[in-house]
Design a protein around this ligand. Structure first.
Ligand code: R2B
Ligand code: URA
Length: 310
């Protein structure tokens, strides 16, 4: 607890706004957020983003555009007459970003490198815009371990393919380690919003994050496979025993970088498949589309409650 407070002070200003753990940025004439197609001098970032409270990220531009429309309806946000939702980062040709009142909806692409680059720039965006106490969510998809397709998983922590609970990154020829911690209370608060009569489970568990969808997740259906069905099952059983309930590709970086920045965050993913039963994602598109709305609904509920409480 004490350690946490000390830590918080290092990464927050007294009013809760995000403090950067990089002394270089404030000394620069301008900061170009290259992959967002934004800049600290070319744009009035306080005016554009100062009122943000929630940053929601997910893999695909389409899903995050849909989420923007969905959250707009849920929180009853009205766009100025005659205007439509606009992809703020469209000219980056990398990520998509939509703003709906206090909510940002951003696509992060696939994998740790992609979400990592985005997080550097979005955390800096929070700093430039003087956003106070932002909360970050990843809403995504995953493979389940011993879970029926369509199950919603809230991550309690992220581990890598070796079950290590930190992100490792070579920096200047040395490995830098950052703990992949998520906010446990936030995870519980989100779980409490699952409806008792939902026709699917919503659970909390450990999430394994890999650098690959195929071999890295123990799939036998990639272009290469150099292990047996038995080897695969041994590994999945080992994960299961270690408390891992799902596998995806961004949570390690998402947890590590938000934690390092002192930003509260949660990862909520829906399972598309039970990896004990197979490797290929076989569910029809309409089913997958319905499943992918589930994490969005849960987070929308959290955001709506928060805004009503205020
Ligand atoms: C889940 O789905 C993607 C792979 O299909 C990846 O981005 C992830 O974490
Ligand atoms: N995303 C993953 O990373 N793995 C799966 O099995 C399904 C979605």
């Amino acid at each position: 607890e004490e350690e946490m407070q000390e830590y918080d002070q290092a990464v927050r200003y007294r009013d809760g706004s995000v403090r950067l753990r990089n002394p270089n940025i404030e000394l620069m004439d301008q900061d170009i957020l290259y992959h967002l197609a934004l800049g600290s001098e070319s744009h009035d970032l306080v005016e554009m983003f100062g009122d943000v409270k929630f940053v929601c990220m997910g893999g695909t531009p389409k899903r995050m555009e849909q989420f923007a429309h969905f959250i707009m309806k849920e929180i009853g946000h009205k766009l100025p007459a005659g205007t439509t939702l606009l992809d703020i980062s469209q000219y980056s040709y990398r990520y998509s970003m939509y703003k709906v009142g206090p909510v940002l909806s951003i696509s992060h692409g696939m994998g740790i490198p992609s979400v990592g680059i985005l997080l550097h720039e979005v955390i800096k965006l929070m700093y430039h815009a003087k956003v106070r106490d932002p909360v970050f969510f990843r809403i995504g998809t995953c493979g389940g371990i011993g879970l029926e397709g369509g199950t919603v998983v809230i991550s309690e922590e992220a581990v890598d393919g070796m079950l290590k609970s930190y992100l490792e990154l070579p920096v200047l020829g040395k490995m830098v380690r950052r703990p992949a911690k998520l906010d446990r209370q936030l995870a519980r608060d989100i779980k409490a919003l699952a409806h008792r009569d939902d026709p699917y489970d919503t659970i909390i568990g450990k999430t394994m994050c890999t650098y690959d969808f195929y071999e890295g997740q123990g799939r036998m259906d990639g272009a290469f496979c150099e292990f047996t069905e038995n080897d695969k099952m041994d590994y999945l059983n080992k994960l299961h025993k270690a408390g891992v309930v799902n596998i995806e590709m961004e949570s390690l970086s998402f947890a590590a970088l938000t934690h390092h920045a002192g930003i509260k965050s949660a990862v909520v993913c829906v399972t598309l498949i039970d990896r004990f039963k197979g490797d290929q994602v076989l569910a029809p598109k309409e089913v997958l589309d319905e499943w992918q709305i589930r994490p969005q609904q849960l987070i929308a509920r959290y955001i709506t409650r928060y805004l009503q409480r205020k």
